[in-house]
Design a protein around this ligand. Sequence first.
Ligand SMILES: [Cu+2]
Length: 535
Amino acid sequence: MKFSRREFLKLGLAGGMALAFPFFGASACSGPGESPTGKGSTGALLRSRATLPRPFTAPLTVTKVLEPARSDASGDHYEVVQKAGRQEILPGLKTEIWGYNGTFPGPTVEARSGRSAVVRQWNELSVPVSTHLHGGKTPPGSDGYPTDLILPLGQEAQDGHSPDSPSRHFHSETHSHGFKDYEYPNAQRAATLWYHDHRMDFTGPQVWRGLAGFYIVRDEDDDALPLPKGEQDVPLMICDRSFDEDGSFLYPSLDPSLLGEPGVEDDYMEGVLGDAILVNGAPWPFMEVSNTRYRFRVLNASNARRYELALDPEPPDGSLSFVQVGSDGGLLGAPLLHRTIPISQAERFDVVVDFSRYPVGTEVTLKNRLGAGTTADVMRFRVARRERDDSTIPRQLSDMTEFDGLTESRATVERGEFRFKRISENGRTMWGINGEPFDPERMEARPELGSVEVWNLDTDAHHPIHLHLVQFKVLSRNGERPRPTDAGWKDTVDLASGEEAKVIARFDGYRGRYVFHCHNLEHEDMMMMANFEVI
Ligand SMILES: [Cu+2]
């Protein structure tokens, strides 16, 4: 019988060692360069028991676009059913997934800027859910607040895991039964957003089981650019997973029913890292491309894994691999060239890759420079044919007057440090902000509607920090200029251990309560989240 560290603790077998280990074991695999499997990521590797397939044998699939159930003058109305499904992810094995419409990834929603969408989410799973549109400027009642749950029909709200848990507040929260209508005004510029589960204490396991999908906002300005379009505009959802012998997802939940005690075995409190890399749900897929430019909307939908994406071989003409045209919040003002792209959980990079730089017949691998062994590869492109290319990358992409105008002198309030650090809660190591675990009742900040604020963020491990409602600008990193990949409108900033950032945002759109949190989903579930209320 295998004891988890937690069980050892309960039995009093491990003593002080068990308390000390999570601290020092943690930092040993969180810094750059230490563990081959966790390099650049804060987390512990969970090894698959299933035989993993040879890479580059499964074709990349592009997730299908969701058709509205109806459209009228007011906007588009969608119906989505969250339910279990069975998918062949590993060849010859079936994996039970939890998915939007029973698929993983969920269907892609294509929205128009300025045209509202209402998504009716049905819950046919065995657990409560809450759906968040990441990067969306969404009214508070539709933002997928962690306790704003859709309960399965016939299920009552539960008290959560322990009597003194913040989930005691469940009874004072609003719940829906069976379904909920999420209203997305889409009063925002074109951008690659994504939607995923956000249930308090259980986001990690529920996203791991498959509750994630793309939500792409388009507008006339973006459409009018001569960037690659149609089949050459490809969303790529990258995430890591681990598989049990029978093909089912492995995840170290304390209670796999996800109805009792939340959290993961102590060995994984740093975060859960899988050893299989999936793109759009397929393990290390290949994609046949023509010798033209492609626009890839890259999303890191992993729970805890960071990547540093690179092309192998690099373009033979010596040019840099990626031309970044967009960030979390849509187009940049002007394109940026990168040799590699570091991408933390929940970040999006909109990049153009020009395959005309490679001879037809070349195989180009998308590598993860932070990975080792099975996690060093992401997917492969085969330059299979010649094709006429009408696309170009214009020197000017979008009007950034508003972005450029967000300067420190415009801010009326400066807040923080917000310290994203380990805490001890009831004798357990957890994650907190300013020493506090998440509590739905406590407001960490009350920005005024329309005001500009500077927030200071700092960390003790790798924490990708995400603010709901707003897109911000990274003003500085560690007191210096932001790095090139911090450019543009951001809703998530990738902070490594001991880093600090100063970000600036205008808190406009809606009054109400929103969260900000670490997007390492195990950290988020273990309380690294706080509220702000726009007043
Ligand atoms: Cu974190």
